[in-house]
Write a protein that binds this ligand. Sequence first.
Ligand code: HEM
Length: 502
Amino acid sequence: MLDSISIVKFFLLGVIGWITYKIFIWPYYVSPLGKIPGPPSDNPIFGNLQSLIKGAGFTEPQLQWVRKYGNIVKYNGLFNKPTLFVADPKIIQEMFSNNKSYDFVKFSNKFAIALIGNGLVFAEGDDHKRQRKMMNPAFTHSNIKEMVPTFIRIASTLKGLIEKEINQGNSNINLTPFISKTTLDIIGLVGFSYEFNSLTSSNELAEAYDSALNGPRSTFQTGVIMLSNYVPFIRDIPVGNNLKFKNACAVISRISKKLVEEKYKEAENGELKNKDLLSLLINTNKSLPDEEKMTFEELKYQIMTFLMAGDENTNVTTCWALYLLAQHPHEQDKLREELVKAFPDKSNYNPTYDEINSLEYLNCVIKETLRILPPVPVVKRVNLKDEIFGKYFIPKNSEIFFGISVLQKSTEIWGPTADNFDPKRWLDPSLSVTNLTYLPFLSGPRVCIGNKLALAEAKILLGMLIRNFVFQPIEGFQIRKRAFPLSKPEPYLGLAVSKVES
Ligand code: HEM
């Protein structure tokens, strides 16, 4: 008979053996993914994750890997887990045209799901199909056209606040809070008729949202968030950031619930007249047979989905466009020329949806910004059945990262100037771009539902800003690219701003 000390020793040896196998043997000698070329692991705990997070956004290290090892790369994730990174248009076509073979990796998205729930972004299979079918009509051109006056109204408030800063002698401006409050105020109004007014006052929901998403985060804290997707109890430990995150989620959930309840009540008396996305959803929902209807919870989750998917990405796009134009004054001047021609009187910047879309160079600048610095640089899926990629066997349930930004910087597709910000490339008739080589909004059944809204909003904001102000880099101030949870200027978008006089 074994005594208790021997049992403990035996158990410890087993644990050590299992950890050694999982971290040092399985990734290299057992997993079929071990055969795929890729960078050596930096460290047995974090694999190559630290290089990814610390690099200039995820993109630079991934770009180097693809240029060195090819379009299918294996790198090591947490505890050396072999992870696939793909930047091959053929595989992408298969992955994104076929919702049945690939899906999200729910267990590794726990952080985001805790924040936004199972709305459209995280719905899967038939649930996703049902939600998507019901939501599509809210995002048509005609509904987005009606949002344009709101975009312009909030953009004018932003313009006034920047002018005020300049008038007070502050020409070096941290634009990050200005732009993010602008896009938040817009999505609040067009998403669910909610007045954040965050540009001009403080607001509980805006603060909760900001604290959940934008709190200061070291590489260590980012690593802990990633780890918590696999070891969820880490987030339940009642300390600093966890408590803040939990409180923020509680406020978001409470206010979203109240908003849906109010709309439901209003809808009892007939069709909702407001044209915000939530009202449109509730009107459609009422007309559907029970089995197709969204539940109360699902509607509630869409609020946070619109906030997170809609606000952050458009905010980041506008910030990066300003950053790139500040780095490329010639392009900025060209864009301003176009805007001055279209709106000779800058106090009368009041474009319609069709007018803003007819501005060729503005369109090129936004497209090129989304090519060079897409707010969603990678998307993640899991294969639900075994696959063959090129000559490699990919066992089912492998985590696969698809590199939007790497593909959009491929010299094979975009030529030797792939790394350069060059908006006029979009005017070249020989440029052959497909939805397999340019995918800032992805493609296929999960293509971004808000893409038309986002493009109209970003163009109106950028048009207003470039028509009224000149943006330049601040001497000696370095802007880096934050990689996680979204690509973002870090520490903030600080630019020298002056007024356009005429
Ligand atoms: C420039 C701004 C935007 C960019 C670059 C962007 C990009 C993307 C991308 C790449 C996806 C696919 C993610 C994946 O499947 O892993 C996506 C999905 C989504 N986006 Fe956007 N987005 C933007 C703005 C918006 C806006 C304004 C809204 C709504 C108000 C929105 C709502 C959504 C939703 C609901 C999904 C999930 C769609 C589905 O799975 O069926 N996005 N977006």
